[in-house]
Design a protein around this ligand. Structure first.
Ligand SMILES: Nc1nc2c(ncn2[C@@H]2O[C@H](COP(=O)(O)OP(=O)(O)OP(=O)(O)O)[C@@H](O)[C@H]2O)c(=O)[nH]1
Ligand SMILES: [Mg+2]
Length: 208
């Protein structure tokens, strides 16, 4: 029943924080600095109830999409991949992945076109692996966190993430940093429900 799940996204989206939420013993390094923190992919074990387990992969974050240049090979304009994209691709291709979780920040002003462009890149890079979205940075969202998605459909459309994408809406801040600890528990549960629904559909959803 062991599976491989990679957490991916643009640098700073909360990739490593999400790993720590799923695997509380992981202690994957996180940082508020402007410079990137995770420079190599690394896997951590997540043991769920009922003997399910996962290798959860913390990965290098993607940068802004590279510049356009004309490729004489394909005879069209293409974006030059940045070194972090190449590094991520190399890491992911070596793993036998069952699921990709793409993090985007949902806080006002943080979600940009580049998040959608990178989503498109990952989709074409890893086409056959299921790809879901986790919206992070939602601790200030007033309604139930799940409501973020339906409230922001026009923004999702604008950045190019299909509204039908399977998703969870969360905060990945540690419980100790939240005034309302329920937000942490709800976020964790929402994540587990999303992941279980794809990896082990027969084990039943714990919520919704
Ligand atoms: N407010 C808020 N901050 C968050 C959330 N998730 C992560 N952060 C903060 O954002 C910063 C970056 O988080 P990381 O988990 O290191 O992000 P990352 O995507 O792994 O970034 P790199 O490894 O640098 O590419 C840290 O200071 C986190 O505490 C969230 O849901 N809400
Ligand atoms: Mg990181």
């Amino acid at each position: 029943m062991s599976k491989n799940v990679a957490i991916i996204g643009q640098t700073g989206a909360g990739i490593s924080s999400l790993v720590n939420m799923l695997c509380p013993d992981a202690n994957a390094p996180t940082s508020p600095n402007a410079t990137r923190c995770t420079k190599e992919g690394k896997e951590y074990l997540w043991i769920l109830e009922d003997e399910c387990s996962c290798q959860v992969h913390d990965t290098v974050g993607l940068g802004e999409p590279g510049r356009w240049h004309f490729s004489f090979k394909s005879f069209k304009f293409v974006r030059k991949p940045d070194t972090w994209q190449l590094k991520l691709e190399e890491y992911l291709k070596k793993k036998d992945l069952d699921l990709l979780i793409y993090c985007i920040p949902g806080d006002r002003g943080l979600l940009k076109k580049s998040h959608g462009q990178n989503y498109g890149k990952v989709k074409s890079m890893m086409g056959s692996v299921p790809l879901v979205v986790v919206v992070t940075h939602l601790e200030k969202f007033k309604d139930p966190l799940d409501g973020w998605w339906s409230t922001n459909l026009s923004i999702l459309r604008n950045v190019g993430i299909p509204e039908t994408t399977k998703h969870a809406c969360v905060t990945t801040l540690p419980k100790k940093d939240l005034e309302n600890g329920d937000l942490y528990d709800n976020s964790r549960e929402g994540l587990e429900t999303l992941i279980r629904g794809i990896l082990w559909p027969s084990t039943g959803h714990r919520r919704r």
